[in-house]
Design a protein around this ligand. Structure first.
Ligand code: ADE
Length: 325
């Protein structure tokens, strides 16, 4: 079978056999267990549909991927990376959770958290800019989720406001891990207890030179363009671009085409609009640093004055979201 299905979620169902002694049978969820609804999004290889579990009535977003198309376009590796990554990340309030996977003859199905608000980009476009309070809150939630994925050895590599979704509480959920990189464990720890990826050696660990992936032009880090290598700091470059964009309404590096955008990035050619808050400017200037080793790390960002008053960790996710304005 072309499609690996390791560790796929299953559901235990109590059944009575002929002697009426209860036995537990593990039944895999399938297409028939859901009612499919409206289209939430469409990508080049997938469609995301709203769906309801027929038994529990819980709502999900189901990503449907066309197997023939994925094989034809040689994207099998990316589909496996997305699934492996979501399984590594498991359950964090700031990351779209993968509940079940299954397939039929035509398609693969990823059953995910439904983020009813849709993309953060949609809200930004409607408001044109966020105020400092909203940028602080959404910036903090994005950073907390990125800190978690980095702690689990995952680099997203394509962070942008389209990949930040909002749930019914107007809290963020990061999505789209198809281009993520799964880091090998730093050192094989003695015994077990490692949080790091130890699965299929071809399932994403890719430290070869032929690492030709480039994310979305506007958020791509300079090291990816010059060294063809992404690291954890590359996600923090994208984070700096997002903070800049929330406050000013546009990403810092934007040009008529990709090539000119890349030129601006490698020459650090951007300007703050008038009225950009000075404390936020200081933070962005410490993130949009060409040398990834000189860029602010997560701990420094968290203690920067811009995030003063933010309670990191659990409390950040129990907080009421500020009204967008
Ligand atoms: N669009 C893409 N993924 C989605 C999700 N998980 N929830 C809502 N809309 C989406």
């Amino acid at each position: 079978d072309e499609w690996k299905d390791r560790g796929s979620a299953v559901v235990a169902r109590k059944e009575a056999d002929r002697d009426s002694s209860p036995t537990t049978r593990v039944v895999k969820k399938g297409v028939k267990d859901f009612n499919f609804g409206r289209t939430l999004g469409e990508g080049s290889y997938s469609t995301v549909l709203a769906a309801t579990d027929r038994t529990t009535l819980k709502e999900y977003a189901i990503k449907v991927l066309d197997k023939r198309h994925i094989i034809k376009e040689k994207k099998v590796k990316y589909v496996n990376i997305e699934k492996d990554t979501l399984n590594i990340l498991g359950d964090h309030p700031g990351i779209v959770r993968l509940y079940y996977t299954f397939q039929d003859e035509r398609s693969l199905y990823f059953v995910l958290d439904l983020a009813t608000g849709g993309e953060l980009l949609g809200f930004l476009k409607r408001l044109s800019t966020f105020d400092e309070e909203c940028t602080r809150f959404y910036g903090a939630q994005i950073l907390d989720a990125v800190a978690y994925m980095h702690s689990r050895g995952v680099i997203h590599r394509d962070l942008k406001p389209e990949n930040v979704l909002l749930d019914d509480k107007m809290h963020i959920k990061i999505t789209d891990f198809g281009t993520a990189k799964i880091l090998a464990p730093p050192k094989p720890p003695p015994g077990d207890g490692s949080d790091y990826y130890q699965g299929d050696p071809m399932g994403g660990i890719d430290d070869t030179r032929a690492n030709s992936f480039v994310g979305t032009a506007e958020y791509v880090s300079p090291e990816l363009l010059t060294e063809k290598a992404a690291c954890k700091a590359s996600d923090l470059w994208a984070f700096g671009c997002i903070v800049f964009q929330l406050l000013s309404g546009r990403p810092p590096f934007k040009a008529a085409n990709e090539y000119q955008t890349f030129q601006k990035i490698v020459h650090l050619e951007y300007e703050f609009p008038k009225g950009f808050p000075p404390v936020a400017r200081d933070l962005v200037e410490r993130l949009l640093v060409l040398d990834p080793t000189k860029r602010f790390t997560i701990d420094y960002i968290k203690s920067h004055k811009f995030f003063e008053g933010i309670e990191w960790g659990r409390k950040l996710w129990q907080q009421k979201a500020p009204r967008l304005k």
